[in-house]
Design a protein around this ligand. Structure first.
Ligand code: GUE
Length: 296
């Protein structure tokens, strides 16, 4: 392998340390404890593991963690009532509703019921609009984590060709907005893009967020490019299963200048940014400046 490995796990630990420092200062100087509420509907085992890990990391950073579980057949009104209560709870600065929701619920409606200033996922339409127009927004955690890694590796990104693979509202679109904000020349490629390989070959920065295991081979990568792999796909490997990203790691690492691994890349950064967003929300709710180095 010739590429430099971008260690998201280590970087995420650094971010969490900064979060914990800031939380300690908020307690001491302002008697303020940032609080994060996580809402889980249903009992999907992967979601349960993930929610538990968020709660643990929230507490480790010195913040208050509130977990709310609803049964899979809960009606939407019950969820909306809970969100309304959390919107009005002064101890809750951030609200995350774990996605996907059961199919009888309207996720857009549910997400848009969260007070925008408590929407630490950055999925509310107000936050999407603020990000797109360059105003202070809550920025979605996964793209924010990717941007932090890119900035850390490159410093200035201006003028670089960035190709974002995937056009989802939670990763692809906000990632493209952030890169545009860094003055990159941004292309969003997707399943209908013509000559996809040639498009990706133009990229100095590739962010792969399509959810297709090992879709990007090394011969699509421009020599020296930076590859950020957002994919977290569990595939069968003989008797066992293992996690792979959206890029073929070994072949891409032979060509790229730098690459994130899966696991240990974007995933841990996502949770670290969730904690960072919660601190930002708590600061803003109390008329304090958002912490340096933890926001966009
Ligand atoms: N409202 C909402 N916001 C989310 O941010 C959200 C969500 N719903 N629903 C589920 C997805 C998934 N997600 C992950 C974050 C970190 C890891 C992570 O840290 N992964 C480890 C590996 C963990 C393992 O071994 O399974 C890693 O990549 O190293 C994984 C998955 C956030 N999501």
């Amino acid at each position: 392998m010739t590429a430099k490995l971008i260690d998201g796990k280590a970087f995420a630990a650094t971010i969490r340390g900064r979060v914990a420092d800031h939380v300690a200062r908020l307690k001491e100087e302002h008697d303020l404890t940032p609080g994060l509420a996580v809402v889980l509907v249903g009992e999907d085992p992967a979601s349960q593991v993930y929610v538990r890990s968020k709660g643990k990391q929230t507490k480790e950073a010195g913040m208050a963690s509130f977990e709310h579980k609803l049964p899979v057949d809960a009606d939407q009104e019950t969820l909306l009532k809970l969100i309304n209560d959390l919107n009005n709870d002064p101890e809750v600065h951030g609200i995350l509703v774990q996605l996907p929701l059961p199919s009888h619920m309207d996720s857009s409606l549910v997400i848009n019921a969260i007070a925008p200033e408590k929407d630490v996922d950055g999925f509310h339409v107000i936050n999407a609009g603020r990000l797109a127009t360059g105003q202070d927004a809550m920025v979605p955690c996964t793209p924010l984590g990717c941007l932090m890694m890119l900035r850390d590796h490159h410093g200035d990104l201006s003028g670089m060709n960035a190709v974002v693979l995937g056009r989802s509202n939670i990763v692809g679109k906000p990632m493209a907005q952030l890169l545009l904000g860094e003055s990159c020349t941004v292309t969003i490629a997707h399943s209908r893009t013509r000559d996809l390989a040639d498009v990706v070959r133009q990229a100095d920065v590739v962010v792969a967020a399509v959810g297709r295991p090992e879709m990007v081979p090394g011969d699509w990568i421009k020599p020296g490019a930076t590859v950020i792999d957002v994919g977290i796909n569990r595939i069968q490997d003989g008797e066992k299963t293992r996690l792979v990203g959206d890029v073929e790691f070994d072949s891409c690492a032979e060509v790229a200048g730098a690459i994130t691994p899966v696991p240990g890349g974007v995933g841990p950064m996502t949770i670290a940014c969730l904690l960072a967003n919660t601190v930002t929300a708590a600061c803003r709710a109390n008329g304090l400046a958002a912490p340096e180095g933890l926001t966009k």
